[in-house]
Design a protein around this ligand. Structure first.
Ligand code: FA5
Ligand code: MG
Length: 424
């Protein structure tokens, strides 16, 4: 492993280390997959409390999960709504949120306003238009976002609150909340996760004497701020900056941390597009913004190997964390054996991996550890076959062959009936 180093060291001493992202278009902001307008629901019914209070708004299940073609929210997602892991002081996400608050309070003299209870149900204007996401952007598709109806979604990033808070006059703020995305299944992706958004607005007097223009000044300040945050949280850890793309910032960057022998993307950030500031009446100002993935940072911080663990209510997980304690390393209570099951089928044009993952999650819930494409070929007739390996594993107990076989049969069944593919 390379020597432990900080991102700013990398930046200053070895600029070539900066990987110029080869990712094209919008791949850093949501996964790219073909827009898909078919809809299906999990047949599994999970009972959640019937009325939730979210950001002061009372929400019933019928407000979120509806049997209408413009709704693609499964029951499983509703059961996560309102749990607000980030507001629990003894939970790793709450401990992390509080540690980040502490960094901002100390270094910015309590200037940052903090929001952690804004309702996750937002309009498509807030989620997309207000942050300049183009009309044909893949993230708007049914394949990537949970729609409640044609104009309302479960926010897929905390950036959904940027413009509104700017319009309300806030200049320095942090927004923490649960966000929702149709996504792949593996140890670092989950359809509900938590982000913290940070925004800081500068006045011309801030950069006038610096010899830099506002954009460069803000970009430097942003990187220094986030590198300082990383040091505050981790001490020494190996990191690097990667150039990136977001519709709402320019320039844009992502920060990656070396974890479990891979580079793990932990946040996206950049200098806010001027248009967003202009619309908020801040035409002379420049701002930076970031959006960090709390689970990803908490995995590194507490050595949590799998993102599903954040949802565990098992005492052996929950009891390991204490309010205010950052130095704790999670001790896995046991590693139960994985079970692999393959499923192969001929895909059609509307097939998408996110839809497959949604079916697997709907049936297996958190027993689904990973869904991985292991074989992909097109025959002479132009038909394409995919083979996926599904890993089933419980974090809490050993699974029986019987229950796994039943899960797998249900998966095959629903894949066939709902995805319109031909099984092989
Ligand atoms: C965004 O969501 C941007 N809104 C971030 C941003 C804000 C950029 C402000 C610029 C200015 P992205 O899709 O890359 O970007 O997600 C941000 C972070 O969320 C990622 O770096 C990662 O840490 C986390 N994340 C993304 N998808 C998942 C997932 N499925 N499960 C867990 N964490 C995820
Ligand atoms: Mg990203």
């Amino acid at each position: 492993m390379a020597a432990l180093t900080f991102a700013h060291n990398i930046l200053l001493s070895n600029p070539s280390f900066l990987r110029h992202s080869t990712k094209t278009g919008f791949t850093t902001f949501f996964s790219v997959s073909s827009p898909y307008l078919r809809r299906y629901k999990s047949t599994q019914t999970l009972v959640a409390s019937s009325v939730l209070e979210l950001g002061g708004v009372k929400i019933s299940k019928q407000d979120v999960v509806r049997d209408e073609p413009t709704n693609n929210v499964p029951d499983l997602i509703f059961t996560k709504l309102g749990l607000q892991l980030h507001r629990r002081d003894n939970h790793p996400l709450g401990i992390l949120k509080n540690a980040i608050y502490e960094y901002f309070d100390t270094n910015y003299n309590n200037q940052f306003h903090k929001f952690d209870d804004l309702c996750p149900i937002v309009t498509i204007k807030e989620n997309f238009d207000d942050v300049l996401v183009p009309a044909d952007h893949v993230s708007r598709s049914f394949n990537d976002t949970y729609y409640i109806d044609a104009g309302t979604v479960l926010r897929c990033h905390t950036s959904a609150h940027q413009a509104d808070l700017l319009r309300k006059g806030y200049a320095n703020f942090l927004v923490t909340g649960d966000v929702y995305r149709r996504d792949s299944i593996d140890s670092t992706h989950y359809p509900v996760f938590h982000q913290m958004e940070g925004v800081r607005v500068f006045n011309p007097s801030d950069w006038n004497d610096s010899g830099m223009d506002g954009t460069l000044y803000a970009a430097n300040d942003l990187k220094a701020c986030l590198e300082g945050l990383a040091r505050h949280l981790f001490g020494a850890v190996e990191m690097r900056w990667v150039d990136s793309y977001f519709p709402f910032t320019n320039p844009s960057f992502e920060l990656e941390i070396y974890f479990q022998e891979k580079w793990l993307e932990v946040l996206g950030c950049g200098v806010m597009e001027q248009e967003i500031l202009n619309r908020g009446g801040k035409t002379d100002n420049v701002a930076w913004a970031f959006g960090l993935g709390l689970e990803r940072l908490a995995m590194v911080l507490f050595d949590i190997p799998d993102i599903r663990l954040f949802w565990s209510t098992d005492k052996r997980f929950v009891s390991q964390f204490t309010k205010g304690q950052l130095g704790i390393k999670f001790k896995p209570f046991s590693k139960y054996p994985p079970c692999y099951k393959d499923v192969s089928f001929w895909i059609n044009d509307s097939f998408s991996e996110n839809n497959l993952c949604e079916i697997v999650r709907g049936i297996a819930g958190d027993l689904a550890e990973e869904v991985q494409l292991i074989d992909n070929f097109t025959n002479k007739k132009g038909m394409t076959s995919h083979c996926y390996r599904i890993t089933y594993r419980s974090m809490e107990r050993s699974l029986t062959d019987e229950e796994i076989n039943e899960l797998q049969w249900n998966v095959r069944d629903q894949v066939q009936s709902q995805l319109n593919v031909v099984m092989r």
